[in-house]
Ligand binder design. Sequence first.
Ligand code: IVH
Length: 701
Amino acid sequence: MNKPVPVETLTPIKAEAELARLAEAIREADEAYYRNDAPEITDAEYDALRQRNLAIEARFPELKREDSPTERFGSGPSEGFAKATHAAPMLSLDNAFTSEDVSDFVGRIRRFLGLAETDEVQITAEPKIDGLSLSLSYEKGKLIRAATRGDGQVGEDVTANARTLGDIPHRLKGAGWPDSIEVRGEVYMSHADFAALNAREAKAGRKIFANPRNAAAGSLRQLDVEITKSRPLKFFAYAWAAASAPFAETQTGAIAQFADWGFEVNPLMTRSHTVDGLIAAYRDLESRRASLGYDIDGVVYKVDRLDWQQRLGFVSRAPRWAIAHKFPAEKATTLLEGIDIQVGRTGSLTPVARLAPVTVGGVVVSNATLHNEDEIARLGVKIGDTVEIQRAGDVIPQVLRVVTDGGGAPFHMPDHCPICGSAAVREVDEKGEEDVRRRCTGGLVCPAQAVERLRHFVSRKGLDIDGLGARQVQLFYEKGVVHAPQDIFRLEKRIADAGLPPLAEWDGFGPASATKLIAAIDARRNVPFARFLNGLGIRHVGQTTSQQFARNFLSWDLFWSTVTKAAAEGPESDAYAQLMGIDGIGGAAVGSLCNFVAEPHNDEMMSALLSEISVVDEVAAASDSPVAGKTVVFTGTLEKMTRDEAKARASALGAKVSGSISARTDILIAGPGAGSKLTKAEALGVKTLTEEEWLALIGEA
Ligand code: IVH
């Protein structure tokens, strides 16, 4: 992740863009977490996103979005369960990270209630259970509905599932319960039950759960109730809503009632009237964390008096009377035994620390991410050092710092891909900034990337081969018959050479579909320029860029020889300038094309591939306009239209719009204020027109 710009220095325009980005990122994270039970970022990263969003909204209140994440949390119900509207919204909690945050929380409460110095505010402290929240509706003591949180307003009706939990009473015991009430709490799974479940799942060849929280969520939200029944889920009651009558005066009293009614309540709740007392409770729970037998991720403080809770009320998504004091990520110290390089599906190289195994918060950790080479330099970490690592949430642990220098040599990232041996480079963007990631330029020839790249190569936007989808690509790859794009066009021979039965005899094929597939492949032996280029999957050379190249060069051979020349002669060459001169083409695309052709493995692959197929040249847009096929450049101020409009109009008429003057330029359209381009055009004898003359030429004057 790039370092975020400090909120204080954001301009309103940047802030607006940033709020849009954060809204999207938070929405995605919510989706992954709530709907798919598969978190993609750590809790700490998630909290950082929300904090940043809040900070920007605080500084630019007028920029707050209608769909601001501050107003929304969780994710709507997923399909498969009936919707359940909560009688009162299921809210979230604000977070405190430091003792100051806790003391601010207490200060805010005192001010809000207008309390005198001598008034005591009793506050409860209880573990924040890391599971999923559930709201249980009781009417006349009978459980009538159970609902997940969903988006806070509407959740999923999981009544049948909830009834299978031993900790959830179907009928309230004792007395004193209101006629109607929603009792809320957390469904969770103990460490021991989680380990046993995963062992069972693994043995059955099923997917294992990332952590107890996902296991709990995945187990509760089963359409087949029998599955939920077989899962060891537990429940703690800690809150309520929509009670038809008061039933307690304090939080402590309410929880005692819950216990009487037959709920499990957490035994570790305490109460204090000083900040120091709360912090002591926090430290105590933190020290017991590893031995509790279930996951907790902080401590929740709540104002004890319910009349005060009532007066304090809520601000947007969270109560004023409660806050969650999060535990910092768990840390440990160990020896860095080595640094491995992992190559991702799209070619990025990630250094991974190989560690002497160490227990962090109950989990044995033997590797941790080092992110990228800048991070390694920043940490100054070397093989043989003793390092401090951190495990936040359930994602891969991180190396935080060097504790003792082991005296080893500085680590250098390899400049070749450890998987395929192709050059691994850091791209430089338009602003001259280096990408933090190093990427393998091998693409289609790199086994780490092959399946992903081959899939793209044959996809709709690439060669568009019918009947050859992700599943078939994976299968052919695993059978060893398609490792490179040219293999697709030699499929039958490759299958025979590998000693495998003919495709028609493979599971899932049969004679008809085998014949059809081979025909579909053959039909693509003549492939249009733009499709072919896009299919190669070169970074920054997508569909639009490929079309731009095709329209401007028309001939594949001319294009490819220009790229080859640009790569050999470098950024100062004419060939390079010619590529850069194309409208809409930037340094990222040209740089990455050059990296591609400079890699010998790719060169070999291209020769092999082009011995199987032919690239069909692009045909100039049919147009009877006098400017069709002409290369035109615009400079200076245009008066009748914007520059973008003028370029679009010219392209539509079949002209090639370029950004720079060369001997190949046919017409320069120069408005007032034209400078060096005009001088150069005159020197080269390029025809120069005013805007008026241009419009007359294209018949639009
Ligand atoms: S009280 C209106 N108490 O944390 C306040 N929540 O970040 C309702 N949680 O959605 C929440 N343990 O899923 C409360 N002891 C506890 C909790 C707890 C876990 C969860 C709950 C809530 C989330 C807020």
